[in-house]
Design a protein around this ligand. Structure first.
Ligand code: ATP
Length: 591
């Protein structure tokens, strides 16, 4: 059925069918009205009437002739006797009599043309979507022009990028000053960086600071089915901008149209990107149009777009570091009332990997939870719940009653295994460990924020694998044998496998394969790689087992506390692991 709809929704097929239909309709109708009835003598008519061969008579009393149809459907015309009782005679002979000729004509016309509107209706239904697309082209203006009220003070952190932007703001404010000095503005600036880091915010702040109009469009607005539509929209966007100089034109998600070409030829996209390049080449920066594009992936952009004279200024908008996260948290905390127990420093530390948008969401979620809990201010507990919800994708309200006791015990030992290895071996921070199931399906969660986002040593990687194996080893130490271990460790095992694979194949960290990227080298001996991976996995597992066996009392204490309290904070964990004093009293070297 879908194929059928798709075939008929094709514009060319549709147009062809409409033409064929009109042709057939006109042919039938004209032949209907132009087919001349055969002339017949009246006596012959009488003869046919007496033999019951007349089906229908169309009678106009004043006309000299009348037409009739025989039982085979042949039409005849003959003299009208215009005699009294003629109609009665016909009716007695079982003939259908239609008295008014002109009404009949209208009826015939109606019958002939009736299918036409029905047919058009049917095609309108099939074409509805494509017709919509066509009307969008002419009516919808994907661009939005606004007066931006955002200022640099609305962006927390990102100091270097802001400084970089100051001269652009100045240029937009006083283009003449720069023109007189012979300075030219970069044609296009690209902001690149992870989602939610404030690229749109920065572009708006430039327009806001300069007090110039902000024209917004998203790359996806230009992605159209019909060839030429995207290009038309690009031209419209720049035509609008030229009317409002000086101004900022911001194209979000530029990769939607400006991705590398060649791999899959797409004439619509090619035309759109060409239109964008033409527009960029075609205007003089002294007019005061600053084009800013944003993308998450600079590497994926077409070379033509990023070459000198086009989008040649590339500015990274990175994930915020701890200091910047703290500034962003403080900025978005404005207008919200927090209780004294909310520790923003600690929150900034915990939220490693969060972009500005994520931090804003976290505080907003905390405020919602505070309202739901009927709190007069946002408490540390509300923030904690929000964090739990966002990061661990858990829901503390989940019904836990129907989990049986042995399952709870197993999950507790599993999570305790992760937590103990993370603390004792990897010396990582574990802000929270819980046996409350997460919405993603895990039985419990041990939250270990990544401490560094950049380079990792071989030791770091092996520690990560040990943390992953800690869960399975915890289960094993509770049960005492392998038969009852659960599938709970499956995602841990995938994670560990991916790390081991990278150590061997890409990071050149094994003696057997040396410092080579096996993929680049075209090395495909899966057996040898698997052999090395198995050896490494067994080694790490055995080490994990040994460490947890030697610390089984600690493991049991953590598991028992988890069964009792369901969730443990870092402080409680440290208390069990290191006694009263803080962490790092007892650590195990992974050598
Ligand atoms: P995407 O790549 O998904 O389009 P983006 O990088 O353009 O995202 P924005 O849309 O600018 O990110 O950011 C979303 C929101 O996050 C902003 O409106 C702002 O409220 C908040 N935000 C992001 N970064 C910061 C920051 N440095 N300071 C203050 N708020 C920020």
């Amino acid at each position: 059925m879908k194929k059928f709809m798709k075939f008929f929704s094709n514009k060319k097929v549709g147009v062809a069918l409409v033409i064929v239909f009109i042709f057939i309709n006109v042919y039938i109708t004209t032949s209907m009205f132009t087919s001349n009835p055969k002339k017949l003598e009246y006596v012959k008519f009488e003869e046919m009437l007496s033999h019951g061969q007349v089906q229908e008579v169309i009678l106009n009393f004043s006309a000299p002739k009348f037409t009739f149809t025989d039982i085979q459907g042949n039409k005849y015309i003959t003299d009208n006797p215009r005699m009294e009782g003629f109609k009665a005679l016909l009716l007695k002979s079982n003939v259908e009599v239609t008295e008014n000729n002109s009404n009949r004509l209208i009826l015939d016309f109606a019958v002939a043309f009736l299918p036409f509107p029905i047919f058009l209706g049917f095609f309108y239904f099939l074409f509805k979507n494509s017709l919509k697309g066509v009307s969008v082209v002419s009516n919808q203006k994907p661009k939005r022009t606004v007066k931006s009220s955002i200022r640099f003070c609305d962006i927390a952190g990102n100091e270097e990028s802001k400084e970089d932007m100051i001269y652009l703001v100045d240029f937009l404010k006083e283009p003449k000053k720069y023109r007189d000095m012979g300075a030219i503005l970069p044609k296009g600036v690209i902001f690149y960086g992870p989602p939610g880091t404030g690229k749109t915010l920065m572009a708006k702040a430039i327009a806001g600071e300069a007090g110039v109009p902000f024209h917004y469009a998203s790359g996806s607005d230009f992605v159209e089915m019909y060839v030429g539509v995207g290009a038309k929209r690009v031209r419209e966007l720049f035509a609008e901008a030229k009317k409002n100089t000086p101004c900022v034109v911001f194209v979000d998600e530029i990769d939607a149209i400006g991705g590398k070409r060649g791999r899959d030829s797409n004439s619509e996209r090619d035309q759109t990107i060409n239109a964008l390049l033409n527009e960029l080449d075609g205007f003089d920066t002294s007019q005061g149009i600053l084009v800013i594009a944003a993308t998450n992936r600079l590497d994926d952009l077409d070379e033509a777009l990023v070459r000198p004279g086009r989008f040649d200024r590339h500015i990274a908008i990175n994930l915020p570091d701890k200091e910047d996260r703290l500034k962003i948290l403080h900025l978005h905390a404005k207008g919200k009332t927090f209780s004294k127990d909310v520790d923003f420093e600690q929150l900034a530390k915990l939220t490693i990997g969060f972009a500005g948008a994520g931090l804003k969401t976290l505080l907003n979620e905390s405020a919602i939870i505070a309202v739901q809990n009927k709190h007069s201010e946002i408490t540390a507990n509300d923030v904690d719940k929000a964090f739990y919800k966002i990061v661990m994708k858990g829901d503390e309200k989940k019904n836990r009653k129907n989990r049986d006791k042995s399952e709870i015990e197993l999950v507790a030992w599993h999570e305790a295994g992760h937590a103990v290895i993370a603390k004792l071996v990897a010396k990582k921070s574990v802000p929270k460990v819980t046996i409350i199931p997460s919405t993603s399906g895990a039985g419990g969660v041990t939250f270990i924020p990544p401490e560094k986002l950049g380079l990792h040593s071989k030791e770091d990687l092996i520690n990560d694998v040990m943390i992953s194996y800690g869960g399975r080893v915890g289960e094993y130490l509770l049960l005492g044998h392998e038969d009852k271990i659960t599938t709970g460790a499956s995602s841990d095992i995938s994670k560990a496998t991916a790390t081991i694979k990278s150590i061997i194949k890409y990071y050149g960290m094994t003696d057997s394969f040396g410092m080579l990227n096996l993929d680049d080298f075209g090395y495909n001996d899966d057996k040898a790689i698997l052999g090395e991976a198995k050896r490494m996995a067994k080694d790490i597992y055995d080490k994990t087992l040994e460490i947890l066996k030697n610390n089984k009392d600690i493991l049991k204490s953590v598991a028992d506390k988890l069964i009792e309290k369901e969730t443990l904070e870092e402080k409680e964990l440290d208390q069990i692991l290191f006694g009263k004093s803080s962490k790092n009293e007892k650590t195990i070297e992974n050598k």
